[in-house]
Design a binder for this molecule. Structure first.
Ligand code: GDP
Length: 529
């Protein structure tokens, strides 16, 4: 197959949702269509149920054996589909944000009864900021939930989207009769049958067709006609370009559990979702069909087995062909590296592959060369943008609890930070180390992993920090900068990239500082223009 055809047939996306909305169930059903798995229950939920570190560790251990859950690839209708896993748990939101830099589109899953939930709001905001095309799937239509119009309203308001339904439910919950596929003009009847079955549909090109009454009964047919007429009046006509530009979001309804409405979603998805898109590097815009290879690391997965300390760095290919055993430039280290066993991911397994194309994810064995955000190229000096760090929510001093193991501790901290488990700040004044995390759970995870993987023990000490503020002195008056550094020396530190960070202890003190030094800019995010 030609290089350009390989690119054109790829669809790389993420499913985002609040925990329990049905992401795992939907993923599994999508894989069934691809024939990638044979039965339900094959996709492991990556859910942290008790909110405990032990839960996380268990999941990670399983993944260490089968890291395939991070990327699930399958073939459907001539398309190569790559689903990137995004943790729903809020403590791992940063991981999800990073994964969103590697997707070309997303499907947002919403529970019909619960409507738009907190985590969905946050994640969709990030997608909107990056103009990622979004498809919405309203799930659990087999249960009583909100009225379709009310829910579409809620999605528009809370998620600040402009929606248009491409399928429409006929009843819901106990009375769910089926789905009308607006896009393809057919009816899919709900039988509540086995979730493995692929349902057949009945074409209804004209809504006034009597056949509709025979299929779903007079009252339901009348209601559907009225609702669709109303919907046509309220919602804009679907326009693919607007969807691709992030200006219009199509909505599908269904029940992942019953494999209902999922085919409509999948067929719609492969028809409209974008092939790999061009990506901005600091130097220039890079197009997928360029001959030279380039890609970036968006995730690093450590092997949880202490006897095998290797890690897997996940690279999203942006341009060109990635080939096995060819030397590529690690731009940050200015070093050429060859990879003899790059992994590609299929439903539940990984395999060594000779060639991969834009849109694909390859897993490279790494002994400590990679950090999240690193760029790999055929030789060009490129730096992909867009994997910033956000201000953590929780901060603690980390102390060495075993003086004999200080080397192990330093190495462990270093590597865990490269993986993006948490952020490390080093105080300017005394060199003390501060760990910042999104959720409290990570502190336990770090302690556990330091002990089990590096043989080091640590203790924590509370530290009162409101926000980490990256200091932008690009237009600062020198005298303001000097005074700021002197007065606030106790609160200044460096992040892992060596950028200056001010740890403000309260919003009040941050406000006062901003007033006192108006020429210095403070950002809650590590990348700024
Ligand atoms: P995730 O946290 O988003 O991955 O959610 P899961 O896929 O694990 O689903 C959470 C729960 O909702 C599970 O008990 C599922 O069986 C259930 N569920 C998922 N989809 C549906 C659906 O369409 N209908 C009903 N009734 N339950 C569903």
């Amino acid at each position: 197959m030609k290089f350009t055809d390989e690119i054109a047939r790829r669809r790389t996306f993420g499913i985002v949702s609040h925990p329990d909305a049905g992401k795992t169930t939907l993923t599994e059903k999508l894989l069934l269509y691809g024939g990638a798995i044979q039965e339900a229950g094959a996709v492991k939920s990556n859910k942290i149920k008790k909110g405990a570190a032990s839960d996380f560790m268990e999941i990670e251990r399983q993944r260490g054996i089968s890291v395939a859950t991070s990327v699930l690839a399958f073939e459907y209708d001539g398309k190569k589909i790559n689903i990137l896993d995004t943790p729903g748990h809020k403590d791992f939101a940063e991981d999800t944000f990073r994964t969103l830099t590697a997707v070309d589109s997303v499907i947002v899953v919403i529970d019909v009864a619960k409507g738009v939930e907190e985590q969905t709001e946050k994640l969709v905001k990030v997608c909107r900021m990056r103009q990622i095309p979004i498809i919405v799937f309203v799930n659990k239509m087999d249960r009583e939930g909100k009225d379709a119009f009310d829910l579409l309203d809620e999605i528009e308001q809370k998620l600040e989207l402009r929606v248009t339904p491409l399928s429409f439910p006929i009843g819901m919950g106990y009375d769910l009769k089926g789905i009308y596929n607006i896009h393809r003009k057919n009816v899919n009847l709900f039988t509540g049958a086995s979730s493995k079955d692929i349902h057949s549909t009945t074409a209804i090109s004209d809504l006034n067709d009597e056949k509709l009454n025979q299929l779903i009964g007079d009252p339901a047919a009348e209601t559907l006609r009225e609702e669709l007429e109303l919907a046509t009046g309220i919602y804009p006509e679907f326009n693919r370009q607007e969807y691709l530009d992030g200006e219009l979001q199509p909505v599908f309804f269904g029940s992942a559990l019953h494999n209902f409405g999922v085919k409509e979603l999948l067929d719609g998805f492969i028809e409209i979702a974008p092939a790999p898109r061009a990506k901005n590097a600091e130097e220039r815009l890079v197009k997928p069909n360029e001959k030279d290879f380039s890609g970036f690391v968006f995730k690093i997965h450590a092997n949880m087995d202490p006897r095998h300390r290797d890690r897997l760095a996940f690279i999203k290919i942006v341009s060109g062909t990635f080939e096995r055993n060819k030397a590529y430039k690690h731009v940050r280290l200015d070093k050429n590296l060859k990879f003899s066993s790059p992994n590609a991911f299929f439903a539940e397994k990984k395999e060594i592959v000779d060639e991969s194309f834009p849109g694909d994810i390859v897993g490279l064995h790494d002994t400590g060369n990679f950090k999240i955000g690193d760029t790999l190229t055929s030789g060009e000096e490129l730096h992909y943008k867009g994997i910033p760090s956000f201000s953590p929510e929780h901060f603690r001093y980390i102390n060495n609890a075993d003086p004999m193991k200080s080397k192990q501790l330093a190495k462990g901290i270093d590597q865990l930070m490269d993986e993006g488990v948490a952020q490390l700040f080093t105080l300017e004044l005394n060199g003390r180390k501060v760990i910042g995390t999104v959720g409290a759970l990570q502190f336990e995870v770090i302690q556990y992993r330091l002990e089990h993987e590096y043989g080091a023990t640590c203790s924590y000490e509370n530290l009162n920090v409101h926000k980490a503020c990256w200091v932008d002195g690009s237009v600062a008056k020198p005298e303001e900068m000097t005074d700021f550094k002197r007065v606030k020396s106790k609160f200044l530190c460096k992040d892992k990239r060596g950028q200056l960070v001010f740890l403000a202890d309260s919003s009040f003190s941050l406000q006062m500082t901003q007033q006192k030094y108006p020429s210095i800019k403070f950002h809650f995010i590590s990348e700024f223009e």
